[in-house]
Design a protein around this ligand. Sequence first.
Ligand SMILES: Cc1ncc(COP(=O)(O)O)c(C=O)c1O
Length: 399
Amino acid sequence: MNLPALSIPPNLLTARDAVLRLRGSKIREVANASLGRGDGDVLAFWFGEPDELTPEFIRRAGIAALEAGETFYTHNYGIAELRAALAAYLSGLHRPVAVENIIVTSSGMPALMLVTQALVGPGDRVVEVTPLWPNLVEIPKVLGAQVTCVPLDFAPSGWTLNLDRLLAALTPGTRALYINSPNNPTGWTATREVQQKILDHCRRLGIWIIADDAYNRMYFGEGAAAPSFLDIAQDGDRLVSTNTFSKSWLMTGWRIGWLVAPPELAVQIGKLIEYNTACVPVFVQRAGVVAVQAGEMVIRHTVERYRRARDFLIPELNAIPGVQAAIPLGAMYAFFRVEGVTDSLAFCKKLVVDAKLGLAPGIAFGPEGEGFVRWCFASSVERLGEGIERLGTQMRRLG
Ligand SMILES: Cc1ncc(COP(=O)(O)O)c(C=O)c1O
């Protein structure tokens, strides 16, 4: 397919041009090559997905709603019970959040797409902290935005953000900052102080903060949740928080999430929902109500499992000569450096063929991720141990 000439000024890019320029996922490139070949016995840790079923009491709520005949369209913003449950949940976790600010979406990905459709246009400048989950980088590009990346710094002791560098990149006229904390793939988590400085700066310059809080509860530090902009924001702030049921309540396949936005923006997003999906299926929302109201033990169980997985995996990775891994403070990934690797895509493709181990190439998370590999540790320690053996064997084979 012919791509449009690169000389087109960003503000004249059509939506179609922008779509033609989107990158395909390099995680998929590794996985699909393997799945396409029908490789057997691959131990796959390439996707970011919990390995456990949605708990039965949540599934039952969805089934009960279907059996009760809840098969019709609902309000664009979500059913009243779920919005009220989310308002209570978020107000308990952060500061008071009003029902009018909450919109139920068909998971975290559409929440991000909707807010971007409402806020970002061709040629707009947006800033992102990277390495980053590829969807977050590509979504603003669908709308023709120019994405400026501010890379985190890696050290074996942890990933860090150079705050001055980020604030310098957030120039007057910048439309939005997209920030994901805890971060996929690095696990980097912004402190309250850092968030406050970012918020003050963005307030001064009228820059929107789009906070992807998908891993807010997948947090290994103190407290029930990672620091969130929702803890410090005030009415009138240009803040949108997007979230999902996928990780906290093990509900990836249900496709349900939400966003918190100022009421004026929520109205615009409501219109977009009408023209995208109309609403989230009502039986899915009923399961969501039960998850939010009775799912705290699911979150506690999951975080403890991931903590054990992390505490096993990171030292094991560091024990392999040539591998350097920092301890992630949140999310469910090890994003580790492999000495001598300059083409992580080729490394991961070879790893599947030679060692039957499926990992995600760092380059999938932006150029700053080159030389790194991502391992999703939402898994049992036994499975992780098997994966470590395979990686060790491959590293010895490669010398
Ligand atoms: C950082 C981040 N945000 C959002 C999502 C969205 O998840 P979903 O669309 O399943 O809600 C993901 C999924 O992997 C993610 O990693």
